[in-house]
Every structure is written in C-alpha cells, then in structure tokens.
Design a protein around this ligand. Sequence first.
Ligand code: FES
Length: 175
Amino acid sequence: MPLETEARAELRALVADFAPNDGQLMAALHRVQHRYGYISREALEVVAEQLEMFPAHVYGAASFYDEFRLEPPASTTIRWCSGPACRLENGNGIRDAMLAVLGFDDLGERTDDGRIEMVNGQCNGTCEQAPLVWVERPFEHERRVVGKLTAAEAIRITREIRDGESIDGGHETVF
Ligand code: FES
C-alpha cells in the first residue's frame, strides 16, 4: 500500500463517491483533470484503487484520449483552431505568426520556462469567430475565445501573453 500523503488523501476524497466498476472511469478522470489540469501518475493509481480496476487499464484509457493530459499543463495554453472555416480565413497565417513570436518551430512546443505552450485544437462550432484561438489558463479555470483575428492582432496578443500581460479582447468562459 503506497504511503498516504496529503496529496493522495486529497485525490482519494476527490473520487470517493465513484463506485467500483460502475463504468464511471471517464467521469473520474475528467474530475481529476478538471481539478488539477492533468492526471498525475498518483491520480491514476488512486482512480484505479477507487474503481477497483487495474492501473494499466486506467492508464490505457487516459493515454488513449487526447482530451486527457498526463503531464502538467503550461500556465497558458494557446489552442489554435485547425478547422476548415478557420483555415479558409488565413488560420495558417495566424498560426505561423504566433509560432514566430514565441520562437517555436511547430505546434506542441513550450517555452523554456514552461509558462506558455501552443497546441493544435479542433473546431467546436464557433466558426463565426474564425479564425480563432483559445487562450486557456487551466490553473484559473479560464478559457478565452479570441476570434476574427488578423495576423497583426495575433502578433499583438501573442506578445502580450509572452510578456505576461493580460490580453485585450476575446470572450471569457469558465471551464
Ligand atoms: S473551424 Fe475554427 S471554430 Fe470552426
């Protein structure tokens, strides 16, 4: 039995109401990720214990779905929409301008200090805002849609994020 650390006790309390083997694995993983922004190795173990499943099975589910993170997120994630409507509105140009400001070669990279990452995103139906990015601050449970971007605006916003300023514009949502 692993040592009962404070973190482990907190995890245990977080998933305590899930009954063993009741098919709520996805719900349990979502709850952990929502709370911590990712699913740690320890969290995988605790979920497995709570649901009375093999840890390898829980790990397999968590690693299969893109929506789950197994590493801590950056404090700011720029999620670029790769959907067709955004691409038609110069989405690729927006992406390249933002990558250049951050000094990245491609999506999926993170700044050396770990503060900012830029990742690929999927259309979620808000195409009237194309081309857009989502600026996410997972530790604050904040997600901002920044749409109808021009290349110049994309550069300005990325500089503000890089320089630690709050960004101007967009609509804030809580997740
Ligand atoms: S294509 Fe980007 S939001 Fe739909």
